[in-house]
Design a protein around this ligand. Structure first.
Ligand code: ZN
Length: 237
């Protein structure tokens, strides 16, 4: 059984009726529902307004993969919680960062770059699967269209990814590395661009399959194992 925790800042759905209409149970509720359709996955959720943002040492110890959605309140996440997430990723917890989570505190700690990009609302996106043998691409067609999505455009200030699985092409002409993987310490990280809150992106079957695949991929090293720093005697002389 893969234990997933979906973290969502959960502000747009509360403050904007048009977003609540798309996600009546919150983005986290939507993601939980489609992931739990798979009997091998169990899902807990956590939100910004909870004590410690719903993320304690105990909860992260019991999390194989953390999914993160945040946008307007990155700075409201405490440094302590961001560092706790970073520590667990380095020790083996998987992280799936969605859409505007590129600018979240945990991603900034783990990447070390600005993660800046170009953006514009209301473009059509064609998502190209450019690494079809990758586990995260399993069951995904060569390309699929999101009729309305926020354009995210290059240059995207990330470290060179370990793998690029998806490329986004937008009606306005921009391109973007829409699905990229990183390894940090023992942990696996997948960043996936689709998911602007004003459009029903997480109801799209291909997007759901990518996130489900990413959970299976990211849990690969999820047994916690701290990397130790020591100066041992030689084994042989
Ligand atoms: Zn957005």
């Amino acid at each position: 059984m893969i234990r997933v925790t979906v973290w969502n800042e959960y502000l747009h759905e509360i403050n904007q009726p048009e977003v609540a209409a798309i996600y009546p149970d919150g983005i986290h509720g939507c993601i939980k529902a489609f992931l739990e359709a798979n009997p091998e996955i169990t899902v807990k959720t956590a939100t910004l307004d909870m004590e410690n943002h719903g993320l304690t040492e105990e909860i992260l110890n019991e999390t194989d993969v953390l999914i993160w959605w945040g946008h307007m309140a990155h700075d409201k996440v405490s440094d302590e919680t961001a560092q706790l997430v970073q520590k667990h990723v380095l020790a083996g917890m998987g992280l799936v960062a969605l859409h505007s989570a590129h600018h979240s505190k945990p991603m900034k700690l783990l990447m070390g770059t600005t993660l800046n990009l170009k953006w514009r609302h209301g473009d059509r996106e064609r998502v190209w699967c450019i690494n079809p043998s990758h586990p995260i691409a399993k069951g995904i067609p060569e390309q699929f269209v999101l009729e309305k999505e926020e354009m995210y455009g290059e240059p995207f200030d990330i470290p060179e990814p370990d793998e690029t699985v998806f490329m986004g092409w937008f009606a306005g002409g921009e391109v973007f590395r829409s699905g990229v993987t990183f390894r940090r310490g023992k942990g696996r990280i997948f960043y996936f661009q689709p998911g602007h809150e004003e459009y029903p992106i997480y109801h799209d079957k291909n997007v759901q399959r990518v996130i489900e695949n990413a959970v299976f991929w990211a849990c690969g090293n999820s047994e916690r194992m701290e990397i130790i720093c020591e100066n041992p005697e030689p084994l042989e002389k």
